[in-house]
Design a protein around this ligand. Structure first.
Ligand code: NDP
Length: 391
């Protein structure tokens, strides 16, 4: 019997819960907990299998410890926000529980995400004989696994990786973010960064772009951003000369973002408003659509993949490994849009890898450190089929 405890009942949490419920042979019992109990109940009511729900403030490790002791899970899947990563990891350490997440820790007062805080837990997890799997969504997550798969099956040496994330969907709102608005806007408005010839290079936000012809989505303009999988792939893929991350944005999205930035609405420092402190980006979040609410009526597709160049048998080789996901199909299956779906399905598959022992280790790991093959098989089985295009 393997009970899983899922923390976070947002867009991604809904998908993880639905998908775990589809695999009862691994996830024999499910508890979904979050800050707002009614959100857990709404997800529970969409699913025909019984799901337990609970309220927890995951900023407080004591509350998470008490919940773990009550529920007694075999694995905790954290799909709350990156701010909760460390308190939840502390609770897992205290109770001896395996841990999985999809986004790396960032401190609330600095828009800076790095693995250093979570990698620092490696020895503690190792000593305790438990495992943490970091960044097991799509990007990071599947993009790391695509790279590890290319390394295993297609290349003797990988030299260049461009991770390309395209959302060609239309949700009908003038401006909305596809996952948590605060986390999303912090990510996009910070300086861009990529790695080349052994060094990190910084650029102004959104100052470098290129057009790319995405399968089933067409030619779209993609902008160079810093993204967390770059940090772990630089560490784990040997022989790399350059790695970059690109994401597509429409003109209207960029115009809205520019205006919001210009008027100060994306600031993460407190300002005084009518005698009390507010943080503009948090206020903005309350005005923007909840990412989960975008799902009904969302049309179009996403295409996320890795363009990889290197050498095989002494000859140059270039491939694009990718997945295409359809917003409306995701809604039909699990009442979610494709961004939540492409994040939640890999988190569920990571859970299968850990609970079945297909991936095992004591300590803190990134997904590319394990054999990609069983994960790649599961992607095809659980709704995220992938393709390889020789370029
Ligand atoms: P949402 O904002 O929709 O959901 C976040 C959920 O976490 C909400 O239910 C929220 O509760 C809950 N939460 C927030 N703070 C706490 C707390 N202190 N204690 C307990 N629960 C809390 O975000 P998404 O579902 O879109 O994203 C979830 C995670 O997935 C994020 O970390 C995001 O960065 C990551 N992600 C990863 C991707 C990848 O490919 N790797 C892609 C997209 C997202 P409440 O309802 O009360 O606010």
């Amino acid at each position: 019997m393997s009970r899983v405890l899922i923390i976070g009942a947002g867009g991604v949490g809904g998908v993880v819960t639905h998908k775990c419920a589809q695999v009862p042979e691994v996830f024999s019992e499910i508890t979904l907990a979050s800050r707002t109990l009614s959100k857990c109940e709404a997800i529970r009511d969409q699913i025909s299998r019984p799901i337990d729900v609970a309220q927890v403030d995951a900023d407080d490790p004591k509350q998470v410890v008490a919940l773990i002791n009550k529920v007694k899970p075999k694995l905790l899947i954290n799909v709350a926000l990156p701010y909760q990563d460390l308190p939840i990891m502390d609770a897992c350490l205290e109770t001896g529980l395996d841990y999985l997440d999809t986004a790396n820790y960032e401190p609330p007062d600095v828009a800076k995400f790095e693995y250093k805080w979570q990698w620092a837990y490696h020895d503690h997890f190792k000593q305790k004989g438990i495992m943490a799997l970091l960044g097991c969504g799509f990007d990071p997550g599947v993009t790391n696994i695509f790279t590890a798969y290319a390394q295993k099956e297609h290349f003797d040496e990988i030299h260049y990786v461009d991770i390309l994330d395209c959302n060609a969907g239309d949700h009908g709102h003038a401006f909305a973010t596809n996952f948590n608005p605060e986390i999303n806007i912090r990510e996009i408005t910070q300086r861009g960064k990529y790695w080349e010839n052994g060094k990190w290079k910084e650029i102004d936000p959104m100052s470098v772009s290129m057009d790319f012809d995405f399968p089933e989505c067409g030619v779209k303009r993609a902008y160079l951003l810093y993204h967390e999988e770059l940090e772990s792939l630089v560490k784990h893929i040997k022989g790399l000369k350059r790695i970059r991350f690109w994401m597509t944005f429409g003109e209207s999205y960029l115009t809205h973002l520019r205006v919001l930035q210009n008027v100060g609405m994306t600031r993460i420092d407190p300002v005084m408003y009518e005698g009390r402190e507010i943080i503009p980006i948090q206020f903005l979040k309350t005005l923007l659509p909840d990412p989960a609410s975008l799902a009904p009526g969302y049309k179009g597709k996403t295409c996320i993949g890795c363009l990889i160049e290197g050498v095989k048998d002494g000859k140059p080789k270039k491939i694009f490994v990718y997945n295409v996901c359809d917003h409306a199909e995701c809604y039909r299956e699990v009442k979610a849009q494709a961004i939540s779906y492409t994040t939640g399905v890999p988190a569920m598959i990571g859970g299968i890898m850990m609970l079945t022992g297909a991936w095992r280790g004591d300590g803190v790991f990134n997904v590319e450190q394990f054999d990609p093959s069983p994960f790649m098989d599961r992607l095809n089985k659980h709704g995220l089929p992938w393709h390889v295009q020789e370029m």
